[in-house]
Design a protein around this ligand. Structure first.
Ligand SMILES: Nc1nc2c(ncn2[C@@H]2O[C@H](COP(=O)(O)OP(=O)(O)OP(=O)(O)O)[C@@H](O)[C@H]2O)c(=O)[nH]1
Ligand SMILES: [Mg+2]
Length: 204
């Protein structure tokens, strides 16, 4: 399979709606501070999306176009308590609306591997159940091998209860660990070739 070229995407715009998107789009979603923007940057080999030590950095949906026109969408995180309740509710309903957009072809769910899949992640997975999902256990540099394996196994058994095709990968945006598998995984999402959760998963 030929890998997509993820290098040097063009920032298109910040938005809250998918109405103006006319190309296949993969979304990067997850809890605030799980590392969505860092993962996108690692995938694309540069600093394109803004990241921050404190949660709540990404405050709109940022669209980046690959060389061939496909789009990566960096979403604001959920579960960030410091953002006012009202604003959280607004984001949440906008995100839930956005993930129904027909242009979407896949979901990269970025999870902090120390926390594992949480309630809000599950709510997102349910809402996006028509999309194949690549579940990234990010910040793998923070856990030892055995703990990582446990977290992957636990995610896999949770995902097995959901209807969509899903793959679990361990990843470190900091150490750029798991990049090749991420590139293949995101290419698969664009090509509509995501594998079911029982197939080729790993705890690298
Ligand atoms: N140790 C470690 N830190 C990471 C990793 N990935 C991201 N981080 C750190 O986690 C923090 C949050 O990263 P972001 O990429 O801004 O997270 P985000 O999910 O986009 O956050 P929001 O936009 O606020 O939702 C930053 O301090 C990153 O440097 C990783 O793989 N390992
Ligand atoms: Mg972000």
């Amino acid at each position: 399979m030929e890998l997509l070229n993820f290098q040097n995407p063009n920032f298109l715009r910040s938005t809250w709606t998918a109405r103006d998107i006319d190309a296949a789009t993969v979304i990067f979603a997850g809890r605030s501070n799980s590392g969505k923007s860092s993962v996108l940057n690692a995938l694309c080999g540069g600093r394109f999306a803004r990241t921050a030590r404190l949660p709540g950095r990404t405050r709109a949906i940022n669209l980046f176009a690959l060389q061939r026109g496909q789009i990566l969408a960096d979403l604001p995180g959920y579960g960030y308590a410091v953002v006012a309740k009202e604003e959280q509710r607004t984001w949440s309903s906008k995100l839930m609306y956005f993930i129904k957009a027909p242009c979407l072809c896949g979901l990269v769910l970025v999870v902090d591997c120390r926390r594992g899949l949480q309630e809000r992640d599950m709510a997102l997975l349910h809402a996006a159940s028509r999309l194949p999902a690549l579940v990234l256990m990010n910040k793998a540099d923070k856990l030892g091998r055995a703990a990582l394996r446990d977290c992957v196994e636990s995610a896999k058994s949770t995902l097995a209860t959901l209807p969509m095709a899903s793959t679990v990968l361990t990843f470190s945006a900091l150490k750029k660990r798991g990049l090749e598998k991420l590139r293949y995984g995101v290419t698969d999402l664009f090509l509509g070739e995501a594998t079911p959760s029982t197939d080729e998963n790993n705890a690298n």
